[in-house]
Design a protein around this ligand. Structure first.
Ligand code: MG
Length: 257
């Protein structure tokens, strides 16, 4: 199996290194990742300049582009062989609920949406800021991803991917299949004056999670719920964002006028 690994934290991030190491027993593992952090780049492609991949070690490439660029190049002619699977991550920090819209980790996985196996976005859910003395445990999460792939990947329809969040806890409590939860409005932007007297703003933190009582009644749990309970969350997500129920209602209104 040829496995392509990308991320949005950059080629030197500890999460991607742990993931590449853990997946090596499964086949040829090729890392193609941004030269520096590109979190929040979603599925952005670079169209206004050329991209120049640099091989920094055997099967490890650094690209002056976005997470999606890395997968796009890798699957469209940068290599003379084909990949069987795309795994993106392991991201530093969760990608839950509305985060999916902005996440470069998820964006890179979506670029692999037309492959035989479902592309996987993997994030480590825990405090974003880690120190040298208190590193995040990417190895445990990476080992779980290895076991998950080796046990046989599930079938999902075309253009669907798996968004997986793994809690950064000592003892993982289990695995839950979840729906994509929702966040409240983001925290306010912070405003500052730069050293040259200009007004600048900094985009702040994401909003809190909200639960959907209707889904709870149907016994469905959100990705937030799984993580809050120390469980791994697996959410199937899709490219097609059309709401067919609303489409039908709109069509009825449109034709009535
Ligand atoms: Mg990131």
């Amino acid at each position: 199996m040829n496995i392509l690994i990308a991320n949005d934290d950059g080629v030197f991030a500890p999460g991607i290194q742990a993931l590449a190491e853990a997946l090596k027993p499964l086949g040829r593992v090729v890392v193609v990742a941004p030269e520096s952090e590109r979190s929040g780049y979603s599925s952005a492609l670079t169209l206004d300049r050329p991209l120049r991949p640099i091989q920094i070690a055997p099967d490890i490439w650094s690209v002056n582009g976005t997470p999606a660029d890395c997968v796009y190049l890798s699957m469209n002619g940068m290599f003379d062989f084909e990949f069987d699977l795309v795994v993106s991550g392991i991201n530093s920090g969760a990608n839950l609920g509305d985060d999916v819209l902005y996440s470069g980790t998820v964006g890179a996985a979506f670029e692999g949406r037309l492959m035989k196996h479902p592309a996987i976005a993997v994030s480590l859910a825990g405090p974003n800021v880690r120190t040298y003395e208190h590193p995040a445990d990417y190895a445990q999460a990476a080992q779980w991803v290895h076991d998950f792939i080796r046990s046989g990947l599930p079938q999902v329809p075309p253009r669907h991917i798996l968004n997986i969040n793994i809690p950064d806890v000592e003892q993982i409590q289990g695995v839950q299949l979840t729906y994509q939860g929702r966040r409240l409005q983001s925290k306010p932007i912070t405003s500052h004056v730069d050293p040259r007297g200009r007004q600048v703003y900094w985009i702040g933190l994401a909003g809190e999670a909200v639960t959907d009582p209707k889904k709870s009644q149907q016994n469905l749990q959100s990705d937030f719920f799984a993580i809050a309970n120390g469980c791994i969350s697996i959410t199937p997500i899709q490219m097609d964002a059309t709401n067919y129920e609303v489409l039908t209602t709109l069509a009825r209104q449109f034709h009535a006028n």
